[in-house]
Design a protein around this ligand. Sequence first.
Ligand code: 0O2
Ligand code: 0O2
Length: 199
Amino acid sequence: MDNWDLFLAPYKQAVDELKIKLKGMRQQFELEDLHSPIEFVTGRVKPKTSILNKSTEKNIPLDQIQDIAGLRIMCQFVDDIHSVVKLLRIRTDLNVVEERDYISNKKQSGYRSYHVVVEYPVQTRNGEKRILAEIQIRTLAMNFWATIEHSLNYKYQGQIPTAIGLRLQRAAEAAFQLDEEMSLIREEIQEAQAIFQKK
Ligand code: 0O2
Ligand code: 0O2
């Protein structure tokens, strides 16, 4: 690759645009005093070294990597995740090409999230370029777990000691139980939040 900045430009453009659009969805719910299934949104372009490692490890060309453009949507409740997925499926400015449900099928590590891969058209000087972006949708509890597990993985270079790995699996179950408990008192929480927002 001779010019990384040029290669990454449409991915950066896609992340910036999708961040604005997804935050816009949250604002629409707020404007109508409705519970937003989106709590907050973050985004990043995958660093060059991670892109090269993934391409080599999986033996796939750069433009087939699905998460060079990565968006993350955090939700309060597990049900919100499914609402967000439905909202994404009906959008006409992007095309859902793959869905991976790591909530029903958690990963061995204990990781839970719902991944949606989309094809998104970026307008460039040379016309339209359709690129892939990965949107990870998860609850705040799933995000807490994934963020911590990600740093431990980095620290131990993917070789987390067995004892810590087991604790992480238990922590993942605890996070999931937290989500289930919160779902049970969802109505109560939402009423409280509605009152709080009006103040
Ligand atoms: P707002 O008005 O709060 O939405 P950028 O610098 O634009 O490339 P970005 O996405 O703004 O990057 O930064 P980052 O660090 O990815 O964080 C994204 C947004 O998520 C930030 O808001 C944070 O305030 C918000 N955020 C992070 N953690 C939490 C959290 O636990 N709860 C809530 N509600 N929000 C959180 P913005 O985009 O700066 O502005
Ligand atoms: P980053 O930017 O460091 O987060 P693969 O990446 O090969 O495992 P695939 O099929 O490309 O698998 O995609 P998958 O598994 O649907 O999504 C990969 C991304 O999901 C990872 O990106 C993580 O962001 C997240 N993820 C998947 N499994 C775990 C896990 O066990 N723990 C944590 N914390 N996150 C996970 P990257 O490539 O690691 O990039």
